[in-house]
Ligand binder design. Structure first.
Ligand SMILES: NC(=O)c1ccc[n+]([C@@H]2O[C@H](COP(=O)([O-])OP(=O)(O)OC[C@H]3O[C@@H](n4cnc5c(N)ncnc54)[C@H](O)[C@@H]3O)[C@@H](O)[C@H]2O)c1
Ligand SMILES: [Zn+2]
Ligand SMILES: [Zn+2]
Length: 368
């Protein structure tokens, strides 16, 4: 069928909105009419060659939409279902067998190769040339996407579908470590470094868990103001020469039990570790380019402090995504405050505004 999609043709180049041909779903796949899809830094990193995804390619991995058709072996979905398309995993590797889907040993290939596991692409140009698609096994910067039923998640129909796409990546990435990995108790001291879409999702989850104090660190005053609105008890502006660690120790005494690093800066990761109390855990979420190193003081770590890298919130999406949607509907996770909508045709403005820091979470609305 003919669709409209945003195609990346060159590294660091603009996205180009074009008509493409999308294949039919296979027996275990869904055809999803995309209503809206979030834009994450990873889409731009993909376009810019961080993961060697071949071009031309269609990115997008925070798709929310309505099931339009199902393959003959699909049992859990029917046309008309509302779905969020999550990240892929192989289901058979040593980590998948331990329910560690987000750390699937094959996930990099499944997310970044631009093709199905068998190497087939989903999209073609109108002249027949293949376009790398199946990014995160979805490529949702498009009016329609094909998703394997294993990675789609049914969501309640009374929830505003156009808000739900970001739960697939930034929402799970931020909230998952708090709810799945740290599991804080009420009153645990918590600091989040970087309050973009990922950090704010973590902050909202930490607030739900009852963390106090709840400290937000960023370089943008507007983002810190939103963090305070969303429950931060303290906001620290890191744009000057502030000694952030000293400020956190002033607030907490011994430091925080948990810190969340989302800025992807080595110096900030070190601060997020130095802000920990003995026995505390820093979760690293920020994606630095391959080869980036950080130094940490060994005796300091020895006192029970740990750094734990987390991908995709260590989540099991069919459990976590509906839980986050329930939090949204209960008013506890107002993700709408993070979102700015753009029509698909203005995807380059969305990317620009995201990079400039003026938009926290761009969400592309599809023309239907
Ligand atoms: N681990 C995963 O599975 C996963 C998944 C999605 C995204 N990510 C990564 O998570 C990171 C956050 O994503 P996002 O969408 O929220 O991006 P973002 O750019 O909106 O957020 C990063 C925040 O860090 C802040 N920051 C920059 N320098 C800082 C400093 N010196 N001190 C404090 N704050 C500083 C920025 O102002 C910004 O608000 C990105 O690196 C992204 O690629 C990781
Ligand atoms: Zn696996
Ligand atoms: Zn993402």
């Amino acid at each position: 069928m003919q669709i409209t999609a945003a195609v990346a043709r060159e590294r660091f180049g603009p996205f180009s909105v074009e008509p493409l041909e999308l294949c039919d779903p296979r027996p275990d796949e869904l055809l999803v009419k995309i209503i809206a899809t979030g834009m994450c830094q990873t889409d731009q990193h993909g376009r810019d060659g961080y993961y060697n995804t071949p071009l031309p390619a269609v990115f997008g991995h925070e798709g929310a939409g309505i099931v339009s058709a199902v393959g003959e072996n699909v049992s859990r979905f029917a046309p008309g279902d509302h779905v969020v398309i999550s990240f892929p995993w192989c289901g058979t590797c040593a980590n998948c067998r331990r329910n560690m889907e987000s750390h699937c040993l094959n996930n990099f290939h499944l997310k970044m190769s631009g093709a199905r596991p068998d190497g087939s692409t989903l999209m073609r140009q109108t002249d027949g040339a293949p376009v790398y698609s199946a990014f995160f096994q979805q490529s949702s910067f498009a009016t329609y996407a094909i998703a394997n039923e294993r990675f789609a998640v049914n969501v309640r129909k009374d929830a505003p579908l156009e808000l739900l796409g970001p739960f697939a990546c930034s929402g799970q990435t931020g909230a998952g470590p708090v709810l799945n990995t740290m599991r804080p108790e009420p009153g645990d001291a918590f600091a989040v470094f970087g309050v973009g879409a990922v950090g704010l999702s973590g902050l909202m989850a930490a607030r739900i868990a009852g963390c106090d104090p709840l400290i937000a660190v960023d370089i943008h005053a507007s983002r810190l103001a939103l963090a305070s609105e969303l429950g931060a008890t303290h906001a620290i502006d890191h744009s000057g020469r502030t000694d952030v660690v000293a400020q956190i120790r002033n607030i907490t005494g011994h430091g925080v039990r948990f810190s969340l690093e989302t800025s992807a800066q080595p110096v900030v990761l070190r601060e997020a570790v130095e802000a920990l109390m003995p026995g505390g855990t820093c979760v690293l979420l920020g994606s630095a380019r391959a080869g980036t190193e950080v130094s940490l003081e060994m005796p300091f770590l020895q006192f029970g402090r740990s750094v734990h890298g987390v991908i995709q919130g260590e989540s099991h999406p069919p459990e976590l995504i509906p839980r986050l949607v329930d939090f949204l509907m209960q008013g506890k996770m107002p993700i709408d405050k993070l979102i700015t909508f753009y029509p698909l045709a203005e995807i380059n403005r969305a990317a620009h505004d995201s990079n400039a820091g003026s938009t926290i979470k761009p969400v592309l609305r599809m023309p239907h």
